[in-house]
Design a protein around this ligand. Structure first.
Ligand code: ADE
Ligand code: ZN
Length: 329
């Protein structure tokens, strides 16, 4: 087998995937039809043609429009099951999935409906060999009050789905919405013993990564690629082994880097940072986990040892216990 075959066939963990970002255009149109939702796109081709992003916000506008077709528990099941199939095909054995409840509750869909549909698919996936956890993300372009209300509404779910729903995260428009805006809701989540992650240093400055560490006290940083602009921050990440869930094709499509060859993943890895490779929003950015690995290996010329370190980092930075982790491999 070739080096690429070995990577594709290796058991992997995925730690950064927005389930709403796994909605393929075909399923968006199918659900729109099923639910009588009108989309501002004529056809699957017209929707796909709109996937020409210039920055994070240009993507988010289309991503939220796509999610508007999700209304019923079965819709959340179908979306999640389609991702489960893709993950299994890529030999992902453990995945930690983000969902954005506010995207749905703002349209009148109950948070219980959202979680019930996702959970039913993940339980079915588990029977087929895909271990999984779920992370509730707050939308940072909305208010602190909205995040606090979402957290309160989710409290019974953290008990009911304790085996799955293990943490909270922070996503959406980064610039101008610093982690400091969400210090109180993250403190509440921490008091409950939940795991904590936040998107930081994707488009925002290294100072946002430092805020996520100091004010939110996160266990991992999502993206974090702009950390490289601060040598002291890179050293801190390396020393503390706080992992970065890097999403190379996402960074390329959202113009964080002009070319994958300019991606700083290899340099971060060389400086001792616990880097992982993930798909972010695979239906929008051109590929699932294996495509991200292969494109990155090709563009940066990663060696075998570097790739195996990245794969191992994915398991070590995951939220499964060491015993459960060994059982995955
Ligand atoms: N929501 C979905 N994908 C995202 C990303 N890459 N950055 C911030 N918020 C997101
Ligand atoms: Zn993301």
């Amino acid at each position: 087998p070739t080096f690429f075959d070995k990577i594709a066939g290796a058991p992997k963990a995925e730690l950064h995937i927005h389930i709403e970002g796994s909605l393929e255009p075909e399923l968006i149109f199918k659900l729109a039809q099923r639910n009588g939702v009108r989309l501002p796109y004529e056809s699957i081709e017209a929707l796909r043609a709109a996937y020409a992003f210039t920055d994070l916000q240009s993507f988010l506008d289309i991503y939220y429009a796509g999610a508007s077709v999700l209304l019923h528990e079965q819709d959340f099941y179908d979306m999640t099951m389609a991702y489960v199939e893709r993950a299994l095909a890529d030999n992902v054995v453990h995945t930690e999935i983000f969902f954005d409840p506010q995207t749905h509750t703002e349209r009148g869909v109950a948070i219980e409906t959202v979680v019930a549909g996702i959970e039913r698919a993940l339980a079915d996936g588990e029977k087929r060999g895909l271990s999984s956890k779920l992370i509730l993300c707050f939308l940072r372009h909305l208010s602190e009050e909205s995040a606090l209300a979402t957290f309160e509404a989710a409290l019974p779910l953290f008990d009911q789905y304790a085996h799955r729903l293990v943490g909270v995260g922070l996503d959406s428009s980064e610039q101008g919405n610093p982690p400091s805006k969400f210090a109180r809701v993250f403190a509440k989540a921490r008091e409950r013993g939940l795991k904590l992650v936040a998107h930081a240093g994707e488009e925002g400055p290294p100072a946002y990564v430092e805020q996520a560490l100091d004010l939110l006290k996160v266990d991992r940083i999502d993206h974090g690629v702009r950390s490289i602009e601060s040598p002291t921050l890179v050293k801190r990440l390396a020393d503390t082994r706080i992992a970065l869930t890097v999403c190379p094709l996402s960074n390329l499509k959202l113009c964080v880097f002009d070319d994958l060859k300019q991606h700083t993943l290899k340099s971060l890895l060389a400086q001792g940072v616990a880097v992982t490779i993930n798909s972010d929003d695979p239906a929008y950015f051109g590929g699932y986990v294996n495509t991200n690995y292969l494109a990155t290996v090709e563009a940066l010329g990663l060696a075998d040892a570097e790739v195996y370190t990245i794969i191992r980092n994915g398991f070590e930075a995951s939220f499964v216990t060491p015993a459960a982790r060994d059982a995955l491999l």
